[in-house]
Design a binder for this molecule. Structure first.
Ligand code: UGA
Length: 452
C-alpha cells in the first residue's frame, strides 16, 4: 500500500520505517526540513535501537522517502497516518498539531478524487477522532466521512524497544469509522501474522490506549504504595511480597506448569516511580478529561500522587541515615527516565537532583548517554557535576542512589562499592542489588520497600 506518515517523532518514524520494511511504499512528512534531510541521508534523527539500520535499508530500496510536501504525499498515497505530538499543556492535552494536520490533509482531499483513509495514531482523548478530526476533515474537504476513510490505531511502543514492539506487536487495535476504513487498515497490517487484530469503534481505540498506559502506571504506583507500608512495618521486603502475590497464575500464566516469565511480573515492581514522555502525560490527560466529564477518577489521581511523592521518599531515607544532607556529596546513578535511552523527560532523577541541591548537598550525576540532556535542565556548577564514570563518582561520594537500572550500574559488585567509597552507603532505588551480599561486604544498603 502507499502510506503517508505525518510527523517523524519516535512513533511516526518507527511506524514509517517498519511499514516500509514490511513492503509498503511510505512517505514520511515533517515540517522541519532539517529532519527531512537527515532521514533522506539515512540518519535517524532520534536514538532508537535498530532503527537506523532499517532506515538505511528502506531508503536504499526506495520504499521510504521523507519530504516537507504534505500535499504531494497525500495525493500520491492511499492512507495518511497522523503521528504528531499531543503534549500536555495548561492542565489539558494540546491538540493543535492534530488539528493542523487534519486541516492540511482535508485541504488536499478537496482536490483528490480517489478514496483516502486518514488514521490517527497519536495518543488523543476519546472522541477526538470522531468529532474534532472528522469535522475538520469534512469542513476542509467538502466531503462527508465515508467518502474518505477514518481510523484510529493506537501505538504501544516502548522507547528503546520501539522497533521490536512495532514488528512483533502483542495486538493491533483498529478503531474504524466504517467497514472500508477497517479493511484498508487491516491491509496495512496484513504481514503481522501472529498479532490479534481487535476491531473497535474510534473512541474505543482511543480509550484502550489511555487505559493501557494508566493501568501500567497504576501497577507501578500500587507497588510503590505497598513498598511504603512494608518500610513502615519493618522486616518485610516488598520484593518478596510482590513475588508472592504474582506467582498466582492469574498474574503469571504458565505453560505445562512452567512460568512463562520467571521473575517479577513487569510493572508490579517498587522503585523510584515512573517517568518518560508517556505515562505522566497520559495519566494527567485522562484525569483532566474525566474531570471535564464531571467525574473525579480517584484511582487515577492516586496513581499520580503516589508517583509524585516517590522520589522524595528516597531522599527522606537518605536524610535519616546521614542526619543532614548539607555539605554531603551524593552520586546519582542514572539520569535517563529508564535504561537504553538518553530521554530525561519526567525522569525521577530530575526531582532527586533538585531536592538534593535544595537541601544543600553536592551532586554528581552519572549516566552513559543522558548527561547532555540533563545539563540543559541543570547546568553544571560548583555544587553539581556530571560524569560518565561511576567509579570516579563513588570515590567522591558520601552516598549513592541508584535511579536508573543501566546494565553498567546493575553489575556493580559489593566489593567495588566497599573499595571505592569512604563510608559505603547505597540507596537501591530500583531494587536490583542483593541486600545480603552488599551488607556482607560492609556496605550500608537501603532498598525501596525494605526496612529493618
Ligand atoms: C510506555 C508504554 O510502556 C508503551 O506501551 C506505550 O506505547 C508508551 O508508553 C507510549 O504511550 O508511547 P515508555 O514510556 O517508553 O512506554 O516506557 P516504559 O518502559 O513503559 O517505562 C515507563 C516508566 O515506568 C519508566 O520511567 C520506567 O522506569 C517505569 N517503570 C517501568 C517502573 O518504574 N517500574 C516498572 O516495573 C516498569
Amino acid at each position: 500500500m502507499r502510506i503517508s506518515v505525518i510527523g517523524t517523532g519516535y512513533v511516526g518514524l518507527v511506524t514509517g520505517v517498519c511499514l516500509a520494511t514490511k513492503g509498503h511504499q511510505v512517505i514520511c512528512i515533517d515540517k522541519q526540513l532539517k529532519i527531512v534531510k537527515k532521514i533522506n541521508r539515512m540518519e535517524a534523527p532520534i536514538y532508537e535501537p535498530g532503527l537506523e539500520e532499517l532506515l538505511r535499508n528502506v531508503i536504499t530500496k526506495g520504499t521510504l522517502v521523507a519530504t516537507t510536501d504534505l500535499k504531494s504525499a497525500v495525493m500520491n498515497t492511499d492512507i495518511s497516518i497522523i503521528s504528531v505530538g499531543t503534549p500536555f499543556r495548561d492542565g489539558k492535552i494540546d491538540l493543535r498539531y492534530i488539528e493542523s494536520a487534519a486541516q492540511e490533509i482535508g485541504n488536499v482531499l478537496k482536490e483528490k478524487n480517489s478514496y483516502h483513509v486518514i488514521c490517527v495514531k497519536s495518543t488523543v482523548i476519546p472522541t477526538t477522532t470522531d468529532t474534532l478530526v472528522k469535522s475538520i476533515l469534512e469542513d476542509a474537504s467538502g466531503k462527508k466521512a465515508g467518502e474518505f476513510g477514518l481510523a484510529m490505531n493506537p501505538e504501544f511502543l516502548r522507547e528503546g524497544k520501539a522497533v521490536q514492539d512495532f514488528m512483533y506487536p502483542d495486538r493491533i487495535v483498529i478503531g474504524a469509522y466504517d467497514k472500508e476504513s477497517f479493511e484498508s487498515m487491516k491491509n496495512v497490517y496484513k504481514d503481522f501474522f501472529d498479532a490479534p487484530i481487535l476491531k473497535v469503534n474510534l473512541r474505543t481505540a482511543e480509550m484502550i490506549k489511555y487505559t493501557a498506559n494508566a493501568l501500567l502506571a497504576t501497577l507501578i504506583s500500587y507497588s510503590n504504595e505497598v513498598a511504603v507500608i512494608c518500610e513502615k512495618v519493618g522486616k518485610i521486603d516488598v520484593k518478596e511480597v510482590l513475588e508472592g502475590v504474582t506467582l498466582d497464575k492469574r498474574f503469571n500464566p504458565r505453560v505445562n506448569n512452567q512460568l512463562i516469565y520467571p521473575g517479577m511480573v513487569s510493572y508490579l515492581k517498587a522503585g523510584c516511580g515512573f517517568g518518560g514522555s508517556c505515562f505522566p502525560k497520559d495519566v494527567q490527560a485522562l484525569l483532566a478529561f474525566s474531570k471535564e466529564l464531571g467525574y473525579f477518577p480517584s484511582m487515577i489521581q492516586a496513581t499520580l500522587a503516589i508517583n509524585y511523592a516517590q522520589p522524595y521518599r528516597l531522599i527522606e531515607r537518605l536524610e535519616e541515615i546521614l542526619d543532614t544532607l548539607e555539605n554531603t556529596k551524593i552520586a546519582v546513578l542514572g539520569l535517563s527516565f529508564k535504561p537504553e535511552t538518553d530521554d530525561i523527560r519526567e525522569s525521577p532523577s530530575l526531582v532527586i537532583i533538585k531536592e538534593l541541591l535544595a537541601k544543600k548537598a553536592k551532586v554528581i550525576g552519572v549516566d552513559p548517554i543522558a548527561i547532555e540532556n540533563t545539563k540543559k535542565k541543570f547546568p553544571q556548577n560548583e555544587l553539581l557535576h556530571y560524569s560518565t564514570d561511576y567509579k570516579h563518582a563513588l570515590q567522591e561520594a558520601d552516598a549513592a542512589i541508584l535511579v536508573t537500572a543501566w546494565s553498567d550500574f546493575t553489575k556493580i559488585s559489593p566489593q567495588e562499592v566497599k573499595k571505592l567509597m569512604k563510608i559505603p552507603i547505597l540507596i537501591d532505588g530500583r531494587r536490583v542489588f542483593d541486600k545480603s551480599s552488599f551488607e556482607a561486604a560492609g556496605v550500608q544498603y537501603i532498598g525501596v520497600g525494605l526496612a529493618e
